[in-house]
Each structure stands twice: as C-alpha cells, then as structure tokens.
Design a protein around this ligand. Structure first.
Ligand SMILES: Nc1ncnc2c1ncn2[C@@H]1O[C@H](COP(=O)(O)OP(=O)(O)OP(=O)(O)O)[C@@H](O)[C@H]1O
Ligand SMILES: [Mg+2]
Length: 684
C-alpha cells in the first residue's frame, strides 16, 4: 500500500483554518463580510474576553434555508461563485466557501438563521467541525453566528493569542474599518461591559468619521474626490481572431476615488492611519502606500506619515482579489495607472486645499506615536493603558500576515486633547526649532497668553455650544475647514517682524505668523525644481574656487551625484585624491552655506544609498538637492526685512503649490483665526 492518503475533511478544515483564522479578529472579519454579502443593514458584534471566549455576530440579511445552512459548512460551498470566469470579476467580499467550515473546525459554533419566508428558521450546533444538532428555531430574518471557545481543540493556536485587551483592539479596528466604508449601515460592537462602537446609519462618510473618531479628527481631515475613465478594461485584449464579433464591446468603465486626507499639520510616525478600501474591501497595498507617500513628499517630513482614508471604486475585473489567504491583499490589473491616479489626485487635492495650520494644531504637530485613529471609547477598555500612555512596542494589528512591515492596523490609545477652551501658547510647550526657542516662547507668550481668564458671566460671553447632531456638526467642521486656507496669503498686510524672524500679518481671517526662513525656502525650492526641469538653473562663477575636503567614501558618493549637481548649477572638479574644487555654484549660494549644502547633500545621499539599492530614485535625489539648496540660500532668521520685502515674500509664497510646509515638512504660516481670538477673549 502506498504512503499517500487523502486527509479526512476535519483535518483538511483545520489546516485551512490555519490560514483563514488566526485570532478572534479574523473570525470577526469573515463573519462581518458574510453579513455584508447577505445584504444586512444592521450588524451587531458581541465579544467576551476579547473574543477568545465568545464572538456573536447578528445580521438582518437574507438568511439561509435549512439546506443552505448545512451546506454552508462544507468546504468550497459558496453561493457567490459558479464558474472559473466569475473569479475574474468578484463583486462579493467572500468567494471561496472556506470561512465557515474553517471557523467551525476550531471552535464551538452555533448558527441561527432564517430567510423569513419559511415556517421555521434553523439552528445548527457544531463543535470542532462535528455537527451536534440541527433543529428548528424561531428566529427573525437574518443570521446570528456564535463562536465560543475559539481554538479549544488547537492548544498551539490558543497559546499564541494575546491579552484580552489586545485582541479586543484588533476586533475594534476591524469593526471600525467596516463601519467607515458603510455609513449607511448600523454597526454596533459591544463587550460584556462596554459599548465600544455604536454607529447608527448616516448619509455621509464625514458623519461616520465624526461618529467614530470625533470632531477633532474630522477637523484635521479634508475631503477629496476624483475620477478617471479607463482607457481599456483590465484584462489584456484577446487576439483579433479570438474576438467574437457578436459580443458587445465592453465599456472599460471608470475609476473613482473618494476619501479624506490629513492636513500636513497632522503627522503620524507610521502608516497605521492609512486606510485603503478597494470596492469596499479593506486592503493593504504597498503600491498605494507608495502613491500616498509620494503625494506628501516635501510637504511632510520623510519620516512622518499622514492620515488618509481612501475609497477606490473600479470595475471588479480591474482587481484580482484571489491572491491572499485572508483576502487582505489584492492585485491590480493596471498597476501603474492606479498608482499614478492616486498620487496625482491626492497631490492635486493638497495643492487645492492649501489648508492653513492653526496654532493649536501646530503645537501638537510633531508626529505622534499614537499610531492610529480609533474610537475614543476604546481607551476606556478594561486593561488598556491610561490615556496619554503611548504604547511604543504595541503589537501591530494585522489580520494575518507574516510580514512585519505590512501591518497597518495598529491601535493605541488616543492622547488626550490639549487645552480645551484655552489659548495654547505656553513657553514650555513649543517644539524645538532651529532658532532660540526660549526667546520665541517668551515673545509668543507675551503676545498671546491671556493674563487671566475672567468670565463676566453674561450669557453672550459664554462658549459657543454645538448641537450634538453629527450632520449639523459635520457641516460646521467642514465650513471651518473651507474658510481657513492659504489662498489669501498674497493679500495679507504685513505688520512687522517678531524678533526679525517671523512676519506678523493680518487678513480677514485673523492674525498670521509666517516663518520667513521656511517661507523663502518653499519659494526657492519650487523655483529650483522648475528651473531644473527646463535646464535653466542660473550659476555664478566663484572668484576663488572653494576647496572641500572629503573622506574616501564621500568621494564615492560624490561621483554618483556629480552629474545631477552639475545640472543644478555646480561646477565641481576633483582636486587631488580627497579634495573637490567648486568653481561655480547656483546663484544665491555662497561661502560657508555653499560648503554646508554640499556636505549635507553628500551625507544624505550616503545615508540613502546605504538604505536602498544602488539604483536610487533620481527624482528623490533631485528634490533632495533642491531642498538643500533652498534651505541654504533662503533668508535666515534674525534678518530684518522691510515691508516691501515682506510683501514680496508673501506674494511669492502664495504662488507656490504647497505654501503650507517647507520641503522638510515644517509649517510655514500659522493662523490664529479671528474666531479663536474672539473665543479666547470670551466674546463668543
Ligand atoms: N450571514 C450570512 N447570511 C446569509 N448567508 C450566509 C451568511 N454567512 C454565510 N452565508 C452563506 O454561507 C456560504 C458560505 O460562507 P463562507 O463564508 O464559508 O464562504 P463564502 O463567503 O462564500 O467565501 P469565503 O470563504 O471567501 O468567505 C456563503 O456563500 C453564503 O451563501
Ligand atoms: Mg465568507
């Protein structure tokens, strides 16, 4: 007798479960997706002990009759797919017929379901993949699945489960994601003691963001929408002799992008706050992450990440969803088109919005370690760290993925919001900058900190109170966002300088403070890139060549970037084995700044080279040189400017694409809005 045997179904299911289900959150994911596919309008998720003890998901979808209820637990039994061709355009979240048998093989599962059309519904009880009972049940239309004692028969798996609070955080992330993509549905997530998510139907995504994350987060995000027609359908066209003349020509369709993106002032230390949905499916995708990072390049620091919620819609045949066991990755059929569409739409949206940074937000703008958006109530989870505690080493939330760097679903508690109702200027709370921080702190404090907040008690002096209605308040937030942008920079009236470093200017919207150095840096940066593109960088000959000494490894780096430096106005020649002679440089860059700039570019290029492959992106090198050139040629702090110069600078800044941030990501202009001023003086 041979040695090869076909495995019994139960064993095969357990092996499949190893791929599909690795923790309570992956069970929740599969069951939620089934409920969504069944057309549910309302989904309730209950968990006990972070889902380790119990997960119950109830939906009001189409339910199943008895035959289907039993068939659903067979492997490869699905109502969503019939032929191999259907695989090319999957419109449902599920398609493999694997989830239910897998989950049932590693837990004690009860299914209660009814189509609402038969006399009685059905209850099925299964333990470790064995059907124990099948009965009639008086249940309303819809389906409730209870999964108890997950991995009771797979001790090795059970051992790998984390603390209850961690597992619950993963489940919360999941429910939150699906709630975001379906604002029209009612989602609830409850634990034994808490309601964690309660999101009744709303009409718009903005309202859903408000419901789940609160006003503050919504206020830091801006909406976007873009659309592009597809030139051809994703699949390669068949050869002409295979084309059936009878078959109607397929419309390639359009690709739509809607979503929200953060103002540059909101920065995160990792990618965990980037949410990508393709055809209402949560995915992670390196290609799209790259497109997003590119869109924010030279607007936020390279080490920071934005908060982005992207909802991509495209014809199902454009995307292959059958590439990952937990269905969290997809493959696009027209990859570069999608990448560029996302990058360009986001970049355009940023250029168009020109969001003004408020003082309060700017003070908080250092990238936070609070890694992800999350519903505020989760910070009150039993066992969760206190608010304000930053979980540096928290385990990333990933559904199922071996790769550590591909885990965008991480949750940590939100930091408490700062200074309610108070002006945010405190000497100690300013962030380190390249100038005298203490002096600036004092100046700012003297200017803006109210000596004492007295309340005269009359009703017209009280704080404005908002209605707690998501629609009203969302509209309010959106109106504020639209009002405060940098379009009016050119028409501001400069009042003077603060410490010969910051321009104070007034406009209709309030009081502005503009950092003169970074403002000029942004102006120069964009000019250098433009000039470089048309090969029109102006150079000047130095009276005496500048000699720069380099270490041997720096000489190697220099050789790599020499050509690009030359195109940027440099004329540099080797002068002995370890010395360079700079004979010409771009206009405006001289002496010690020139030397520093060269040193900086060589050093940064070296660091980059160490990190990446030798084939470094030319575009990245170009922007690095431009940023460094701009920084070293720009007006310094502690430099007096006459009114004409200030006006010129504001005018030029207004013309730039990103007047919000310098190429290294620091804010340029901060608005102390009229409304904030009135509020701070208790006038509204
Ligand atoms: N909540 C539900 N309401 C109605 N029908 C359901 C529900 N959950 C599962 N089903 C039915 O059971 C079938 C099997 O579900 P299962 O999740 O195992 O597979 P699938 O969703 O088809 O594919 P996948 O394995 O990719 O999730 C589904 O195709 C669907 O017909
Ligand atoms: Mg399914």
């Amino acid at each position: 007798m041979g040695r090869i045997r076909i495995l019994p179904d139960q064993v095969a299911n357990q092996i499949a479960a190893g791929e599909v289900v690795d923790r309570p959150a992956s069970v929740v994911k599969e069951l939620l997706e089934n409920a969504l596919d069944a057309g549910a309008r309302r989904i309730r998720v209950e968990v006990e002990a972070g889902g380790r003890k119990l997960i119950r998901i109830s939906d009001d979808g189409q339910g199943m009759n008895r035959d289907d209820a039993l068939l659903a637990f067979e492997r490869h039994a699905t109502s969503k797919l019939r032929t191999a061709n259907d695989l090319l355009s999957i419109a449902t979240l599920g398609f493999r017929g694997e989830a239910l048998p897998s989950i049932a093989s590693v837990s004690r599962l009860t299914l209660e379901t009814s189509t609402g059309e038969e006399a009685a519904g059905t209850r099925v009880e299964i333990a470790g993949g064995k059907i124990l009972h099948v009965d009639d049940a008086a249940v309303p239309r819809g389906t409730t699945i209870t999964v108890a004692d997950l991995f009771f028969n797979v001790p090795a798996r059970r051992k790998f489960l984390r603390a209850e609070s961690t597992e619950l955080a993963h489940v919360t992330a999941l429910v939150t994601h699906y709630a975001l993509v379906h604002p029209e549905m009612h989602f609830e997530l409850v634990s034994a003691t808490h309601t964690i998510v309660s999101a009744p139907p709303v009409t718009r995504t903005a309202e859903r963001i408000y419901q789940i994350f609160g006003k503050e987060t919504l206020g830091a995000l801006l909406p976007m929408a873009a659309e592009t027609p597809l030139a051809h359908s994703g699949l390669p066209a068949p050869p002409p002799w295979k084309v059936d003349p009878e078959e109607p020509v397929r419309d390639p369709g359009v690709m739509r992008l809607t979503g929200f993106f953060s103002k540059p002032e909101l920065q995160k230390l990792n990618r965990n706050s980037i949410y990508i949905f393709v055809n209402k499916r949560i995915i992670r995708d390196r290609l799209l992450l790259h497109a997003i990072t590119e869109a924010y390049r030279n607007v936020i620091p390279p080490t920071s990440f934005p908060v982005v919620l992207l909802f991509l819609e495209m014809p199902p045949e454009e995307v292959d969803v059958n590439v990952h066991p937990a269905k969290t990755e997809v493959r696009f059929r027209q990859q570069s088109l999608i990448h560029d569409f996302v990058r360009d739409s986001l970049r355009m949206a940023l250029v168009k919005a020109r969001p003004a940074a408020g003082f309060l937000a700017a003070l908080d703008a250092q990238p936070t370690a609070s890694s992800s958006l999350m519903p505020p109530s989760t910070s009150a989870l039993p066992g969760a760290p206190e608010p304000g505690f930053v979980q540096q080493d928290s385990e990333p939330i990933a559904f199922q993925d071996g790769r550590a760097d591909a885990a965008p679903f991480q949750l940590t508690p939100r930091l408490p919001s700062a200074f309610p109702g108070q002006l945010p200027f405190g000497v100690g709370s300013l962030n380190a900058r390249s100038f005298d921080q203490k002096a600036w702190g004092e100046a700012a404090a003297a200017l803006f900190t109210p000596a004492k907040t007295e309340n005269c008690g009359s009703s017209d002096c009280s704080e404005v109170s908002y209605e707690k209605n998501p629609a009203t308040e969302t509209a309010q937030v959106e109106a504020e966002q639209a009002a405060e942008n940098l379009s009016h920079l050119g028409s501001l009236k400069p009042l003077g300088q603060l410490r010969e470093s910051f321009i104070l200017a007034t406009g209709d919207d309030g009081l502005w403070i503009i950092d003169q150095h970074v403002a000029h840096e942004r102006v120069l940066f964009e000019k250098i890139l433009r000039d470089r593109q048309v090969e029109q960088v102006q150079r000047q000959r130095l009276l005496m060549p500048l000699l720069v000494e380099l270490k041997p490894e720096q000489m190697v780096i220099f050789a790599r970037i020499a050509e690009e430096l030359e195109r940027n106005g440099f004329e540099v020649e080797p002068f002995g084995p370890q010395t360079l002679a700079v004979k010409a440089a771009p206009v405006g860059l001289e002496g010690v700044e020139l030397e520093r700039m060269l040193g900086e570019v060589i050093e940064q290029s070296g660091a980059e080279m160490g990190e990446t492959k030798q084939n470094e992106d030319l575009e990245a090198l170009r922007t690095r040189i431009a940023a460094s050139l701009a920084c070293h040629s720009a007006i310094k702090v502690n430099t007096p400017l006459d009114p004409a110069k200030m006006e010129w600078l504001l005018g030029e800044l207004a013309k730039t694409e990103h007047p919000t941030n310098c190429p290294h990501g620091r804010p340029i202009a901060l608005l102390y809005s009229w409304k904030e001023i009135l509020r701070a003086f208790h006038r509204i």
